[in-house]
Design a protein around this ligand. Structure first.
Ligand code: KIV
Length: 280
């Protein structure tokens, strides 16, 4: 049975922490799902960690749908959330609806995520009314990096902190089923978590959030361009990959690979017959 937004809400009510991870492809999604992660985000972070863009801004709807389909094929149990890319939910209600519907209908996701607070509350309300579950995302919202002036903590001043609390309440009232808090100071994320009815999922927002989300490439040590402060590397697969690739190349050169075990044999008499009956 696939996880539902009701299951996620109940986890908050029970005080059970919610682990969430990103995934961008079939094989990784399958492993993350098998490990029991209930929420998988096909984040637009894929633009940076999978496609090598400098930010998430160039990511297109077609790219997101392509990766969402792959993740959904791999994840049989987790609730899969498709991240709406830059400017795909601002231009008009019709376009927003069409793009969100693509994630659900074409991509096979069960929910969408979008960045912003009060300014997107009406959008959230409209999507939820059409049957599309929405996850909010406030604090550091990477699609607004040019407006924010960089990737940094948000909510340290009284004005911005009050604004964030207001944003969280607006998303809660609009019907978002959960809210990502990115790079928000610990006391503020704690207050927001207490004041909203839906689960908060933190990334760089401290331990009092109802859940935590991480970019899979960060926790596995796969993305080497930049390691954010809020990321914990549970393993450094980049080193393991480089070592394995070097070992492979060395064995190809030394002719230690392939061995008999990685090769296929045939009856020598058949080869003798072919050699005799064909010309070189
Ligand atoms: O795109 C992404 O991966 C995200 C998470 C960091 C929340 O938005």
């Amino acid at each position: 049975m696939r996880v539902t937004i009701g299951d996620i809400r109940e986890m908050k009510q029970r005080g059970e922490k919610i682990p969430m991870l990103t995934a961008y492809d079939y094989s990784t999604a399958k492993l993350v799902d098998e490990a029991g992660i209930p929420l998988i985000l096909v984040g637009d972070s894929l633009g940076m960690v999978m496609l090598g863009y400098e930010s998430t801004i160039p990511v297109s709807m077609d790219e997101m749908i392509h990766h969402t389909k792959a993740v959904v094929r791999g994840a049989k149990h987790a609730l899969v959330i498709g991240d709406m890319p830059f400017m795909t939910y601002h231009i008009s209600p019709e376009e927003t609806m069409r793009n969100a519907a693509r994630f659900i209908q074409e991509g096979g996701a069960q929910a969408v995520k979008l960045e912003g607070g009060e300014v997107v509350a009406d959008t959230v309300r409209r999507l939820v009314a059409c049957g599309i579950p929405v996850q909010g995302h406030i604090g550091l919202t990477p699609q607004s990096v040019n407006q924010l002036g960089g990737y940094k903590v948000v909510g340290k001043t009284p004005e911005v902190a009050a604004h964030l609390l207001n944003d969280a309440k607006a998303l809660d009232e609009a019907g978002a089923f959960s809210i990502v808090l990115e790079c928000v100071p610990i006391p503020l994320s704690r207050l927001i978590t207490e004041r909203v009815s839906v689960p908060t999922i933190g990334i760089g927002a401290g331990k009092y959030c109802d859940g935590q989300v991480q970019v899979i490439s960060d926790i596995l040590g796969l993305y080497t361009d930049f390691v954010p402060r809020h990321a914990k590397q549970y393993v450094k697969l980049s080193d393991a990959i480089v070592t394995a690739v070097k070992d492979y190349a060395a064995e190809v050169k030394s002719e230690d690979f392939p061995t008999q075990q990685q090769s296929y044999d045939m009856d020598e008499s058949i080869l003798a017959h072919i050699e005799a009956s064909t010309q070189s």
